[in-house]
Design a protein around this ligand. Structure first.
Ligand code: NAP
Length: 461
């Protein structure tokens, strides 16, 4: 009988949607947005405010009281007030004693104060249990429901029970709590909303630097050189021709730079005979921004495709084609089709199209919505195997297109190699070393090291 009734209890739906009362200090933008969301999710909300007058901005079902009175009604108090006003809480220390205070505040600058706002609050009110949460969620996102980009809520605090209570609220609001540990983590959490694309800085600066270098290189060889030595004014090359040389070169080099740190890591692991020692900092940082490097490479490849597709519309190209036809007409002679050239042009176009297709596939699988739907093996297959295939195809595309100039002395203006030759250095180096690394006698120890084997184990029996 007892067994049956407990089953019925377990299956019976929870008819009451009402949850506990939560107090929010501050009726500003964030306090109102959070209160609104909490009421929607079944909480009773009491505001603690300097003014107890109800305005129509405040959620309909919420109560507005003075701070002391509101604090007495709840075990959890969310402090939706800027840090510089926290002093007003000191006289309330007795009422707030033992209560869970949720610090949601942010600063205007990175590491603005010596201690985090949450730690400061804990110092002001040592009898309360301070938990940091919600600071990475915006009032606008809470109100408009567009939380897709920021469902994660970082939570930290010294009192485990208090942290659990706040995490339960986070879950009840349809968000995902991420426990970051003790209140010491608050400074880091407070810095998150102030960071400006931290993973993009190095790839962007590197791309800008390399683009400027290759642009000047092409400008010198294709415009200035021809002007000085051949008396031709090709300054209009600046608009399409040079960008269409720089973009594929950048795409190829950046794609190779995505795979180069993996090569370095493999060499370091082979040399050390263990995977249990940290990589140098520069390599760690490089590995972390491979996705960004790949996406920038994809953007350059895309620009190359667009520049190439608009080429037939250019006045220079129509003039050159017309000139060829007229010269054949004047000589009354049709040039026979050069089959070697036809093969070369069709081959590099085919290689370029296939390489670009794989490039796009890599870009798509790096999107969080796609990568979260594939397992680790599938992700590795696309990013590593297909990624290397994309690198091989793009390198071959450049080799077939630019290879004919390698042995031609006219390609070495001012004794400098053509830009295509420069672009092949890094990708060819990566591919050659990768081929060496997959030779069985090297691949076997590397795989063993990656599975935990050590050449000179530190803790041997
Ligand atoms: P806000 O609109 O300026 O509201 C702050 C509230 O603090 C005021 O409405 C006021 O409420 C109270 N207040 C102001 N001066 C006070 C004083 N001297 N003494 C006591 N209370 C005072 O600011 P907010 O945008 O809601 O932001 C509040 C906190 O949430 C900030 O720490 C912010 O960093 C953090 N936050 C905001 C967002 C966001 O998207 N807005 C996102 C994450 C975190 P009463 O008039 O009711 O007393």
């Amino acid at each position: 009988m007892n067994k049956n009734s407990s089953n019925i209890m377990a299956l019976a739906p929870n008819t009451s949607n009402k949850r506990e009362t939560v107090c929010i200090f501050g009726t500003g933008d964030f306090g109102r947005a959070l209160g609104h969301k909490m009421i929607q999710c079944g909480y009773r909300v009491v505001y603690g405010s300097r003014s107890t007058q109800i305005s129509n901005l405040i959620p309909k079902d919420a109560e507005v009281l003075g701070h002391a009175e509101a604090a007495q009604k709840a075990a959890i108090i969310i402090i939706a007030i800027q840090r510089q006003h926290y002093n007003f809480l000191t006289p309330l220390a007795e009422i707030l004693h033992g209560k869970v205070l949720v610090d949601i505040s942010n600063n205007l600058k990175l590491n603005q104060y010596p201690e985090s706002n949450a730690e400061y609050l804990a110092q002001l009110l040592p009898g309360s249990k301070v938990v940091k949460a919600f600071n990475t969620v915006s009032a606008w996102a809470l109100q408009s429901g567009t939380l897709d980009a920021s469902r994660q809520v970082f939570v930290c605090g010294d009192d485990v029970e208090a942290k659990q209570m706040v995490m339960n609220i986070v879950r009840a609001l349809g968000l995902t709590p991420l426990d970051k540990g003790s209140l010491l983590a608050a400074q880091e959490i407070e810095n998150y909303p102030l960071q400006l694309f931290p993973m993009w800085k190095f790839p962007i600066f590197l791309s800008l630097g390399l683009t400027a270098f290759f642009f000047c290189y092409c400008l010198a060889l294709d415009v200035i050189y021809t002007y000085i030595y051949e008396n031709n004014n090709f300054s209009f090359f600046i608009a399409i021709t040079i960008p269409n040389r720089v973009c594929p070169v950048m795409a190829l080099i950046l794609l190779a730079l995505v795979y180069l740190p993996g090569i370095f890591a493999a060499i370091i692991q082979l040399y050390r005979g263990t995977k249990y020692r940290r990589f140098p900092d520069w390599l760690d940082k490089w590995m972390l921004c491979r996705k960004q490097l790949g996406l920038i490479a994809l953007a350059f490849a895309f620009l190359h495709v667009v520049f190439t597709l608009v080429s037939p519309m250019r006045a220079f190209v129509s003039w050159r084609t017309g000139k060829g036809i007229i010269s054949q007409a004047l000589n009354n002679k049709t040039e026979p089709l050069n089959h070697t050239n036809a093969w070369i042009s069709d081959s590099y176009l085919a290689l370029g199209i296939l390489g670009f297709f794989l490039f796009v596939l890599l870009g798509i699988t790096s999107l969080p919505s796609v990568s979260s739907n594939v397992n680790w093996r599938e992700f590795r297959f696309v990013q590593s195997k297909l990624g290397y295939l994309a690198l091989i195809l793009c390198t071959a595309h450049t080799l077939v297109y630019g290879g004919k100039w390698f042995l031609s002395p006219s390609a070495y203006r001012w004794y400098l190699p053509n830009i295509y030759m420069l672009s092949l250095i890094v990708p060819c180096a990566v591919l050659v070393v990768k081929f060496v690394l997959i030779i069985p006698c090297i691949d076997k120890p590397l795989t063993q090291i990656r599975q935990g084997w050590e050449r000179n184990p530190k803790y041997s029996e």
